[in-house]
Design a protein around this ligand. Structure first.
Ligand code: GRF
Length: 188
């Protein structure tokens, strides 16, 4: 089975997933794609010897080049890991229930356009939530609204800062995303 990972930022989740499958006989991370030439994920991909494809907004939304690459590479599952762009409808329809995303909060709360990274954890702290966590979900054409596949929680204490929450959530991301992706791939 062949995975493509989309990332716009640091790529720590992409790296954890790639490391998880590094010695797997049946599953490989075949491609890492990004819209951000400065993304930290590019250096991580180089170290992991995974090919990187960069594209810009115009290519992603006005051509089918990215979808064509995924098809030519026989990608079985598309994994979004800190990818900051909405997935074009054509891509959602080309890969039905084959695009998954991780959101650093307990959807349906704290999701949607603009709710990413620090903003999510600030909102959780501001709301004085007693817990936060991760949501792994199928991707459709609206931000963070696809069917939820898996959630895990972590406690939030009254003294926690958004950075404290981000750190606890990231532990969950790195622990669960690789194994949830593996479970999805086995069903494909
Ligand atoms: C994570 O918080 C993830 O939940 C969100 O974007 C961040 C990606 O972090 N989708 P990284 O680039 O994988 O380190």
């Amino acid at each position: 089975k062949r995975l493509a990972i989309f990332a716009s930022g640091s790529g720590s989740n992409a790296e954890k997933i790639a490391e998880h499958f590094a010695n797997h006989s049946e599953i490989e991370v075949s491609l890492i794609l990004s819209n951000n030439p400065q993304a930290g994920v590019i250096a991580r991909a180089r170290r992991l010897h995974i090919p990187v494809i960069l594209f810009d907004r115009k290519t992603f939304y006005e051509t089918d080049k990215v979808v064509k690459i995924l098809q030519n590479e026989h990608i079985d599952l598309v994994v979004l890991a800190g990818f900051m762009m909405l997935i074009p409808e054509a891509m959602v329809h080309t890969f039905p229930n084959k695009i998954v995303n991780i959101h650093p909060a307990l959807l349906p709360k704290y999701g949607g356009k603009g709710m990413y990274g620090h903003f999510v954890h600030e909102a959780v702290v501001a709301a004085q939530e007693s817990e936060s966590g991760i949501s792994i979900h199928y991707v459709n054409e609206r931000y963070d609204e696809g069917d939820i596949i898996f959630q895990a929680t972590c406690p939030v204490t009254p003294t926690d800062t958004p950075e404290d929450v981000a750190a606890k959530v990231q532990v969950l991301e790195h622990k669960y995303y690789p194994e949830v992706v593996e479970k999805i791939l086995i069903t494909l």
